[in-house]
Write a new protein. Sequence first.
Length: 340
Amino acid sequence: MSVVVNSNPAASKASLNLSRASDALRKSLARLSSGSRIVDSYDDPGGMSVAYKLRSRQSRTEALRTNVQNGLSFLQLQDGVLSSAGEIASRMSELRTMAQDVTKNPSDIENYSKEFLELQKQLSQMYREKFNGVSLFSVSGASAVSPPNGPVFNKSTDYNASGESVTHFSRTIYTHDSGQFDDGNVSIGAINFQDVFNLGALDTRHVQTFDGKFANLSNPSGLNVTNYITLEDENSEVFTSDGFLVSILFVSMGQFTSVIERIADARAENGAEQNRLLKVDNLLASNMTNLEAAHGRIMDADIALESTRFAKENVLVQASASMVAQANQLTQIALTLIGG
């Protein structure tokens, strides 16, 4: 090889190798310090794109789990109210049973009716229960609601086993990260309180005719019901001024039994919906775990592998720096010859 002064190819080559080793060392340091295999988008553009979409889907899935768990809370609160309402209906039926005891005098029955009246008032307040401002229950006259006017509130009409028209209400929880109804949804009921506690006709054993406000009373049981029911123009008031039945005798035991059965059906429906939401929550939790793992396989750095690379690049940087220094000494030979 010629001895020259103007150029030093060996030093240039060593400097290039030093630069490459330094870049590799910096990249290895970045991966080790961040724990990510892809530090900049140019490291793996395709992988970065896939990982970004996976992370976004994972975030939406986590939000869905929150929605589902809120739906569970909604149903649990609803079931608690239904349970209390069932206890009230059971107590009413107990009062009705005691009221038809032949040893009870009109004063006794009037006392049963007083408790019956108070229990009605409690029921009228319970159906107004809400969860975060959203009604747990509904009445037949309620209207369907669509966003943005309020939370989704669906309304439909069906027929029960007796052929009677029944109005159903429900709220829809979307359970797929696409946000599309067909991809995943669960309908939770807003129980129609009016239908559950619908008594139908008054007990004809005690009410012969009823015009909507006043009734003609019959008394086959021998109880003088008119002794404790306000009389007006030879007719008796059936309802108080605020719309509650004044006497427990106006409701038959069969009517109470039907109400209790409808409460049991409502609670069974509630329980089924809770069970489904629990299964949905389990699925979403599994999806979140798998999405996190998929994201990690793309983005996470293999620390064992990267630490080995770091050690390698660190040695190369030091070796390259040493060789650059050695190569820079080669021109000293030419200066020695000139000086000689």
